[in-house]
Design a protein around this ligand. Structure first.
Ligand SMILES: Cc1cc2nc3c(=O)[nH]c(=O)nc-3n(C[C@H](O)[C@H](O)[C@H](O)COP(=O)(O)OP(=O)(O)OC[C@H]3O[C@@H](n4cnc5c(N)ncnc54)[C@H](O)[C@@H]3O)c2cc1C
Length: 269
């Protein structure tokens, strides 16, 4: 902002415009921003946005549940991760509890579309994944609707993905936490929530400029490690947009790699 940039929060992007085959503008609900470069970092909405522009980005949402317990007696580690349970101390002295990698797969049109590419991962992780319900269809982020630049998009109707917590996951998480640390029994459940982990078929984000749409850099599909790798990923994205030499080889992250795993279907990158 000190250099003249502006920040527009709560402002949905509806699509992009091109000129001479390059990105020329981003159309938002509040107006059009002319720009030669844009980063598409729309989390679980990224694949739907890509599809509007003929870009095939295989993405699936895994609904993962977490819960919080109240502050109380006992000194436990600030952060603890085991195969059974993860726990992190909260600012108020309570703890956030979750089971890493465990989630529900809510069936959607997009899930069916990319199912062949995700099957190997689902097969490897079937112990931790279960079929979900209608949450994904209700959220609208994986529908096949065509977005129009002059009308509110499905993203604007939902704004914030806030799917329901899975009661079975809440019960299992509590049980495993008590098995590990029985003293947690005195602490009450204060909240339970869920979020969509936007995943790619290989669990690695897609970061790179779309070859058939120069100027548009995709950065999505962080597959449950977006907080952890955020600083490095952010640096890489900034390098790609500014034309700087990247700190590390960006090729393994390029979404182009999904072409070869599309089982005969060549993607549109
Ligand atoms: C329950 C749960 C636990 C997790 N635990 C961990 C963890 O322990 N460690 C870890 O590293 N990661 C964890 N993650 C994953 C982490 O939250 C994500 O990887 C990370 O948030 C991804 O960041 P992002 O910026 O790519 O997407 P997001 O954080 O999803 O941000 C995308 C943003 O784009 C906005 N957007 C979408 N479409 C549009 C549009 N058309 N116009 C304008 N804005 C738009 C969305 O509203 C959103 O604000 C967890 C995720 C969940 C759900």
């Amino acid at each position: 902002m000190a250099l003249g940039g502006t920040v527009h929060q709560g402002c949905a992007a509806r699509g992009i415009e091109t000129e001479g085959g390059r990105l020329a503008a981003v159309v938002t609900e509040k107006g059009t921003i002319r720009t030669p470069a844009a980063v598409l970092a729309g989390g679980a909405w990224a694949s739907s946005f890509c599809r509007q522009h003929g870009i095939r980005f295989p993405q699936a949402s895994i609904r993962q549940t977490a819960l919080a317990v109240s502050p109380g007696d006992g000194e436990f580690p600030a952060a603890l991760h085991t195969a059974e349970i993860s726990m992190t101390r909260r600012l108020d002295g309570g703890y956030t509890l979750a089971i890493s990698g465990r989630g529900r797969v809510d069936p959607t049109a997009q899930l069916l579309r990319f199912a062949p590419q995700f099957l190997p991962m689902f097969q490897r992780r079937w112990r931790n994944l279960a079929l979900g319900g209608l949450e994904g269809i209700r959220s609208g982020h994986e529908g096949l609707a065509r977005w129009r630049l002059d009308r509110p998009t499905p993203m604007e109707r939902t704004r914030i993905l806030d799917p329901a917590a899975d009661p079975a996951a809440v019960a299992l998480t509590r049980r495993r936490a008590l098995e590990l640390i029985p003293e947690l029994k005195q602490r009450s459940l204060t909240a339970a929530w869920a979020g969509y982990v936007d995943s790619t078929p290989d669990g690695v984000p897609g970061i790179g400029e779309i070859a058939r749409l120069p100027g548009l850099v995709l950065a999505a599909g962080f597959s449950g490690h977006g907080f952890g790798i955020g600083p490095g990923a952010g640096h890489l994205i900034a390098d790609l947009v500014s034309g700087a030499v990247p700190l590390f080889d960006p090729r393994p992250y390029h979404p182009d790699r999904f072409r070869s795993s599309a089982r005969g279907k060549v993607a549109d990158f």
